[in-house]
Design a protein around this ligand. Structure first.
Ligand SMILES: Cc1ncc(COP(=O)(O)O)c(C=O)c1O
Length: 390
């Protein structure tokens, strides 16, 4: 068959094949005291139950209108070309102390950090065992490394062990990396990190844990679930979620610090994190001790919401952190519920395939510090009115 001479045909065909209920649209939402406002000035305020601003720190900055402290401007080049700014150094030192790690690398985004770090640590002589529900960026990192990728069942350490035993038997010469997350952002679930780290230690596997959604929220004083676990070799975190800024960190110990500086192309060949973002991340990191009680309150509200849904006859949403997924199955239904909730002033985004597995479209309810107490009840009442428990 002759080659199609239209170089854009692939895009047109892909768009035509996309079912209507999976079509994505961007929109502009303006921050306001309640959360966001849609459209122009007269738009209805929406309480934010969608963003990953778990501690309300990004929202607080929007409301106060504070300029980021200390630093302005861009970085100008890679940290290996024009160096780190003092604000980068201060943020790195604070993060090393907070996470109990020897070295921290800063990245412009978590997506980039994941791709860069996995691609630097794996190669075509490796097997990477990744949780089946790992973030797309981690999977892209494995693909770009040339390593063999196998997926283990979500948070299932028995299945991981089965894979580890198999590779030990069949390919004893392969290096093995295990990749997982400490709070799965669409599931609300966490692995048993201690047991995961111990399993990796037993099999001599390198463990990379993406703590994007856990840092600031889970673990002792919000330091994540890898805190105090030396056999979690690499911790990835982001500043765009609980830390209310943007950018990311990779924290490691010992030789891995030297290795990443020499061999991580995604760090060396990218303009350093913008100083205002670093300054905002540092300012918010320094606020965390004062927010400890509110962090605890957030976790207890998360438990209350789960229990409330169970009491109403819904299945218990998995996990126990501030991400509370309500799986409804059908993408169209999830969108309809999103619209119903918007109608009463609540922003709860419908999450549809391919972000989640087919047939598991859901509302991703995100609890945050600072949400008005009556908003959660309004959310529950609206769900009850429009989606009966099975
Ligand atoms: C688990 C996980 N890792 C990494 C990222 C990417 O982080 P960033 O938004 O900073 O690029 C996300 C973003 O949603 C995420 O959910």
């Amino acid at each position: 068959m002759a080659r199609n001479q239209n170089p854009l045909a692939f895009a047109q065909q892909a768009l035509q094949r996309l079912p209507g209920e999976l079509w994505r649209q961007e929109r502009c939402l303006r921050p306001c005291r309640e959360g966001f406002k849609m459209g122009n000035r007269g738009g209805q305020p929406l309480v934010d139950f969608s963003s990953n601003d778990y501690l309300g720190l990004a929202q607080a900055a929007h409301i106060s209108g504070d300029a980021p402290p200390i630093a302005a401007g861009g970085s100008g080049a890679s940290p290996l070309v024009t160096g780190l700014r003092p604000i980068h150094q201060r943020l790195r030192e604070a993060l090393c102390l907070w996470l109990g790690r020897d070295q921290v690398f800063l990245f412009p985004s978590g997506f980039q950090a994941n791709v860069a770090v996995v691609a630097a640590l794996a190669d075509r002589h490796c097997l990477v065992l990744a949780d089946r529900l790992c973030h797309h960026s981690l999977v892209l990192g494995v693909r770009s490394s040339g390593a063999t990728l196998r997926r283990f069942a979500h948070n299932d350490l028995n299945d991981l062990e089965r894979h580890l035993k198999k590779v030990e038997r069949q390919h004893p010469q392969w290096r093995v990396l295990v990749v997982s997350e400490s709070l799965f952002s669409m599931e609300g679930t966490s692995p048993d990190v201690k047991a995961l780290a111990e399993l990796c230690r037993q099999f001599g596997a390198l463990l990379i844990l993406d703590e994007a959604h856990a840092l600031g929220v889970l673990g002792p004083l919000g330091r994540g679930l890898a805190w105090g676990e030396p056999h979690v070799h690499v911790v990835v975190g982001t500043f765009g979620k609980a830390l209310g800024s943007g950018g990311a960190l990779v924290a490691v110990d010992g030789v891995l610090g030297d290795y990443l500086l020499q061999f991580c192309g995604g760090y060396r060949y990218s303009t350093a994190l913008a100083p205002p973002l670093a300054a905002m991340a540092l300012k918010n990191l320094q606020c965390l001790p004062q927010l400890e009680q509110e962090r605890q309150a957030l976790l207890s509200r998360s438990r209350q919401l789960r229990q409330r849904l169970v009491d109403l006859g819904y299945p218990r949403p998995p996990g126990d952190g501030p991400v509370v997924p309500m799986v409804v199955g059908d993408g169209g239904l999830a969108l309809e519920l999103q619209q119903r909730l918007e109608h009463v002033g609540l922003l709860v985004t419908a999450i549809r395939p391919p972000t989640v597995p087919p047939g598991s479209a859901r509302l991703r309810i995100v609890l945050q510090r600072g949400q008005p107490p009556e908003a959660m009840e309004m959310l529950v009442q609206t769900l009850v009115a429009h989606h009966s428990p099975q």
